[in-house]
Design a protein around this ligand. Structure first.
Ligand code: ADP
Length: 537
């Protein structure tokens, strides 16, 4: 295999840059071996894995080292791709958008700098995972919850910057972020909001600060390297209830969303409710081969038989109520009354004491703790059960996600569902998906699950994603996040006034990063130096 080089750079120049970097971060923290770099390839690539390969990886241990690394990158104009723990699976993993970029892996910077129980926040470095933070809170007896995303092994910083979400009342991670430390492309270090005050007292307490506020600018962008991030934590409730409502008919989705929206808007239900499709629910309990082994998407008859046998709904709504037992009772009565309007809806609920949070390793304190992964997430306990989906189809399981934003109306939800299910079936994929409910929008997440060992499935998954994105565009929907391969395509959907939004993003990019060294192409934002690389792939 020939050596991968940064674009437009000779091997000799690259060797000089690598020598400088070795002297900054230390020999072992510069990865150039083929085996080492292979771990930074996208494990779920919906195409050639090598299409987004890195030429090296650097693992700095401090802000000062990052600044020194940037000096060298600017000198040689070498693009860097920052990751915190690099577990952005289904969207590209740790791989860079521009092939030949050097990955800046920050996972060694993993200090939990502060946890404040009184004011309910934490300040963390990029390498801190949800498991780490959860364990720390338990070890120190803090009565605070993290809000884990579906897979708890990723970092708080990476997930928050990508606007990931979880399932408790603090499920909107970007909204619960407060205060950042950022290194700009020119090496300048800034602190946002109240962090601008030298001897700060409120960095993690008041989001705006004074004057323009910039935190959101560093989310899903390539404007800086975030080295510290504040996150608000949910006070552990005195008690909570986890509920599931199963619905029997596909078309119930419309009524479910119409009933749910007012309950989310008036905060009867405070958590990020999940409306999980039957097949996704079934995939947590079984594998596809148990139900169907023929060609194409699972036929309707097989899906119906599977749901009946497993006793799960066509749609399964997962919600949580947090608070004192009296509050929970009052809210539960409202929720039950509202959803009882849907014929054949079935209710399940389990109550827990608020201290049933387990020990530092995530083990149950008693049997009075949720056990299923999805339920654990609703109770602020990180889990890895989301990875069960990889077994659904067998082989080298992988998935790529289509993630359009859906207005929180029944009509839109049913429209997106029908659109995605029909298109997926055309390419031989099951509808594996669901909706996570904010107040005014739903995150609609569909995963095309494929066997990476099957070249035809890989190809079809890639084609399906492109078709889905075109469908979404035609219908006026946009994606909230996209895999590396589709970042330009997704950005192009935001085309009002001939793409004025992207023009602004690139104007800012050029001002902040004139040499174009930070994450060229991320979210479709290309610096002037690499603008000719824009492509829909
Ligand atoms: P995870 O927490 O899931 O491991 P990653 O580390 O893969 O997440 O980060 C996801 C994406 O977020 C990266 O591809 C990168 O674009 C961006 N990102 C992650 N960490 C940082 C950071 N510290 N500064 C700037 N951007 C970051």
């Amino acid at each position: 295999m020939s050596r991968s080089l940064p674009p437009n750079l000779s091997a000799a120049q690259f060797d000089l840059a690598l020598a400088s970097w070795r002297s900054i971060v230390g020999e072992p923290q510069v990865v150039t071996s083929a085996a080492g770099l292979a771990t930074y390839l996208d494990p779920f690539a919906p195409g050639e894995r090598a299409a987004f390969s890195a030429s090296a990886t650097l693992l700095p241990g401090s802000v000062d080292e990052i600044r020194a690394v940037l000096r060298v990158a600017n000198q040689y104009r070498i693009p860097l791709w920052t990751v915190s723990t690099g577990r952005n699976f289904a969207y590209g993993g740790a791989a860079p958008r521009l092939p030949g970029s050097v990955v800046l892996d920050l996972h060694r910077m993993n200090r939990i700098i502060e946890v404040n129980e009184t004011l309910a926040y934490a300040l963390v470095e990029p390498g801190v995972t949800y498991f780490d933070l959860h364990a720390y809170l338990r070890e120190h007896g803090h009565k605070l919850w993290v809000d884990p995303p579906a897979a708890g092994w990723g970092s708080v910083v990476g997930n928050t910057l990508e606007r990931g979400f979880g399932y408790t009342a603090y499920g909107d991670h970007a909204a619960k972020q407060c205060g950042m430390e950022v290194v700009l492309a020119n090496g300048d270090v800034l602190r946002t909001g109240m962090g601008g005050i030298e001897i700060g007292t409120a960095w993690q307490l008041y989001q705006p600060g004074y004057g323009p506020s910039f935190d959101a600018m560093f989310m899903q962008s390539n404007y800086g390297i975030v080295t510290k991030l504040g996150v608000w934590l949910m006070p552990a409730p005195p008690a909570y209830l986890l509920g599931e409502i199963q619905f029997q008919h596909e078309a119930d989705l419309e009524a479910i969303v119409e009933i749910l929206r007012p309950l989310r808007l008036d905060e009867t239900i405070r958590n990020h409710v999940v409306i999980e499709g039957g097949l996704r629910r079934a995939a947590g309990l079984s594998t596809r081969a148990q139900w169907y082994e023929g060609p194409g998407a699972m036929p309707e008859r097989a899906v119906a038989a599977m749901l009946e046998k497993l006793d799960v709904g066509r749609w399964n709504l997962h919600f949580a109520l947090y608070g004192t037992p009296e509050l929970i009772d009052a809210r539960l009565a409202i929720v039950q009354r509202a959803f009882a309007r849907v014929p054949q809806a079935r209710f399940f609920a389990k109550r827990y004491a608020g201290n049933a949070m387990g020990d530092a390793a995530g083990n149950a304190a008693s049997d009075a703790q949720p056990t299923a992964g999805g339920d654990r997430n609703l109770a602020g306990i990180p889990a890895m059960s989301a990875f069960r989906m990889l077994d659904w189809r067998g082989g080298a399981g992988a998935h790529v996600d289509f993630a359009p934003v859906c207005p929180a109306t029944g009509r839109d939800a049913l429209r997106q569902y029908t659109m995605v299910k029909t298109r997926a079936a055309e390419y031989g994929f099951d509808y594996y998906g669901g909706f996570t409910a904010g107040e005014r929008h739903l995150h609609h997440i569909f995963a095309a699950i494929f066997d990476r060992g099957d070249a035809n499935q890989v190809e079809q998954a890639g084609q399906l994603l492109r078709s889905l994105m075109s469908d979404a565009r035609a219908a006026g929907y946009g994606e909230y996040r996209a895999h590396l391969a589709y970042m330009d395509f997704a950005a192009a959907q935001y085309s009002f006034n001939d793409g004025a939004l992207l023009r602004l993003s690139e104007t800012i990019k050029d001002a902040l990063d004139p040499n174009g060294i930070l994450a060229p192409g991320k979210q479709g934002i290309w610096p002037a130096a690499w603008r000719d690389r824009r492509g829909y792939t």
